[in-house]
Write a protein that binds this ligand. Sequence first.
Ligand SMILES: [Zn+2]
Length: 450
Amino acid sequence: MADPVSQASSRWRDLDKLLLRPGNLVGPNFDPGTELRDDLQEYAKVLVVGAGGLGCELLKDLALMGFRNLEVIDMDRIEVSNLNRQFLFRLQDVGKPKAEVAAHRVMERVSGVDIVPHFCRIQDKDLEFYNKFNIIALGLDSIEARSYINDVACSFLEYDAEDNPCEETIKPMVDGGTEGFKGHARVIMPGVTPCFECTIWLFPPQVKFPLCTLAETPRTAAHCIEYAHLIKWDEVHGGKPFDADDPEHMQWVYSEAVKRAELFGIPGVTYSLTQGVVKNIIPAIASTNAIISAACALETLKIATSCSKTLSNYLSYNGLEGLHTKVTEFVRDKDCPVCGPGVLLELDTTTTLQKFIELLEEYPKLHMSKASVTYRGENLYMQAPPVLEEMTRSNLTVPLFDLMGKIPKGIVHISGTATKNDKKTSCTRKLRVLFKVIDGDTDMDTATGS
Ligand SMILES: [Zn+2]
């Protein structure tokens, strides 16, 4: 047994190889030395979003790497089916909040680390909560949750007058994702590398079978299951919504799928496959989670210390047949409504919402007609549906300045029909609105900065 002193000095041996020595591959502003390691342990604050398969791995990896100030947020409780891969959880933990058990277990095993758990929805926390972290690491399985965190992190980003991102407002994110034997790890530096929204097309729409195949020519077990789920359920239950979480509903779909499969001589319909197809579940593989988390944790360390240049900017991993990884440098969408600089618009404080919407039609960079306007997720005016139009109509006569809480500048999002090269497309744009407080009459032309 090594004595405690030599244990302590050997504990960071591998980390020290990265942090104490200069090298050719280091990032900009890298300043090697023991102070860097001390700063990492003392000041770097990382939020891990999700405490499932990826989140458990991420927390453990970051703690072992030397991060000491970690927080984890997750709204779920532990289920028996999690235990095969979410290795921080035991049978006696079933029913307990994942975030709390994960934090507790890592602190038990890794001395010196402090992990604050948050058992709640990501939407329950305010912007200030998210702003206190240096880096946000995502171990999520949903596109919606990623989009939400992406919106939050990008909302801190500010641009200077030349549309360059202000470095101190960049909130780095490291995102991991797995699907069976495939996975990805990516680094998102809002304003520098593409954000989640810039590359939303990376997530293809879910595969749907053509209804005629399901109805006429089923060939696979999945076809039989979807027939029972999408066609037969409605025929028999006429309007009653199908609830995938109701075991009776699932059992009904399963037995109908079995009948269908027998009719066409198709093997392979099982209850768990029925669940998988209906709920669109892809089996989670522990080793994929481990590999992707390791890549994410390393990127987090690189961002925190500059000990190496970060991944640029998307790593894909495929372990389905043999092993294949590659790094792709995706490019930013300069007009991204989330991370882009947005179009700068100067208004005076008396401009009504109606007048603002009219201005958007003539504004050179926009040419947007029939715009709907939202501010901080709140609908200021909606063109459709009629119900929302009516609800928001009274805002039209109110100055935008008042609707935005009388702040000197803010970001609004508009969506409508834009005309570019004589083509009409529906699009969403981000606007940076600046209010000029001017005494007396104001000429609208100068107020819009044109
Ligand atoms: Zn973007």
